[in-house]
Design a protein around this ligand. Sequence first.
Ligand SMILES: C[S@@+](CC[C@H](N)C(=O)[O-])C[C@H]1O[C@@H](n2cnc3c(N)ncnc32)[C@H](O)[C@@H]1O
Length: 230
Amino acid sequence: MHQMPQRLTFLRQWLANPLMVGAVLPSGRFLARLMTQAIDQDTGSVLELGPGTGVFTEALLKRGLVPEQLTLVELDERFANFLSRRFPGARIVQGNAARLSAAGVGRDVTYSAVISGLPLLSMPTRTIFRIVEGVARRLGPSGNLYQFTYGARCPIAHAILERLGLEASLLGTVMWNLPPASVYRISRTRVDPKVTSASEPHVAADAHTALINKQNLTVMCWEGERVSRQ
Ligand SMILES: C[S@@+](CC[C@H](N)C(=O)[O-])C[C@H]1O[C@@H](n2cnc3c(N)ncnc32)[C@H](O)[C@@H]1O
């Protein structure tokens, strides 16, 4: 991987357009360390969303995990193929993190930790809801989701966290990353039977749940796998 020329190109683009938040640049090793510092071989199964070229995956293996503990969900086919060659033994799923069941990541496995390199800042609120809800359903009672962001606050809206019985805390900010990035740990505030029960078919169809996103005042109606704007 020739990361230095890639980083310089990214720096030029980023200086020209600081709001370019969806760009794909491999994270640096300090960020990878912060993202993975609470995980080791005793953690159990780990789900990684949006692994890209596998910077965080490699950090997890350096921390003593074995590839068999890892399930990686990557949307991009080329990255998924690359990951399959780079990490034989890990389960590589080419699919959408917002549709984990459709991608083949069922709820039969409970994950002790979820690492996300997904560019949430460039995603619509309803997609973020689907992703976090899917994670919450697969996370063990004391499991955590680790998400990094280039933004100034947690990229998951408070209303979404609250609805799913989750809370975010800032683990730290890595200035030696390009661009600087912050890592949030998302953990449960309560065990929500609607979210954690493997037998529940998502949210009951007759129990539409209104979620008010305080950021853009969009009201969403939660209905099975579909979320529609009202
Ligand atoms: C900013 S890159 C991060 C890559 C890597 N984790 C890192 O930090 O270097 C985001 C990655 O998420 C993947 N991605 C974006 N949307 C996704 C989705 N809905 N489901 C799964 N992967 C997705 C992209 O293909 C890309 O590999």
